[in-house]
Design a protein around this ligand. Structure first.
Ligand code: FES
Ligand code: FES
Length: 151
């Protein structure tokens, strides 16, 4: 099996895996990173959303070969030096989570958006396609606006 090296949450990691193994499974099954969740496996629900080279990506549709040499950040790597990312803090302040299953993906999607859009409108936020079966969308909207102010 081929060997791949990439950066994961700030540290270089090396692992062996079939070249077509989805990154989601490499992280969850081989590297013990369980923040990104499995919902659909086909890039629709976005429960697995993480960052690749700073951009939001659905890592169930990205292979381990695709990320060789790249920088991958999951929800586990979003806080810095023990300080929550403003999006994580806003999520807590707005008490967003219900069952919580979709929330790592929601937070990673919001954090990626706020890098380039500092003042998202309701329309911008509603364009986020991450699914929440618990229907926390109103609190997600409030939390993203709160995070934008914090940032
Ligand atoms: S598991 Fe649904 S988009 Fe990745
Ligand atoms: S909080 Fe339950 S699916 Fe979103």
């Amino acid at each position: 099996m081929p060997t791949y090296t990439f950066k994961l949450n700030g540290k270089a990691v090396t692992t062996t895996a079939p070249s077509d193994m989805p990154l989601l499974w490499v992280l969850r099954d081989k590297l013990g990173i369980t923040g990104p969740k499995y919902g659909c496996g086909v890039g629709v629900c976005r429960a697995c959303t993480s960052h690749i080279n700073g951009q939001a990506a659905q890592i169930c549709t990205v292979t381990i070969a695709d990320v060789a040499g790249k920088n991958v950040v999951t929800i586990e790597g979003l806080a810095t030096n023990g300080t929550l990312h403003p999006v994580q803090q806003a999520w807590l302040d707005e008490d967003v989570a219900q069952c919580g299953y979709c929330q790592p993906g929601q937070i990673m999607q919001a954090a990626a958006m706020l890098k380039t859009n500092k003042t998202p409108t309701d329309t911008d936020i509603d364009a986020i396609m991450n699914v929440c079966r618990c229907g926390t969308y109103c609190r997600i909207r409030a939390a993203i606006k709160r995070a934008a102010r914090l940032m």
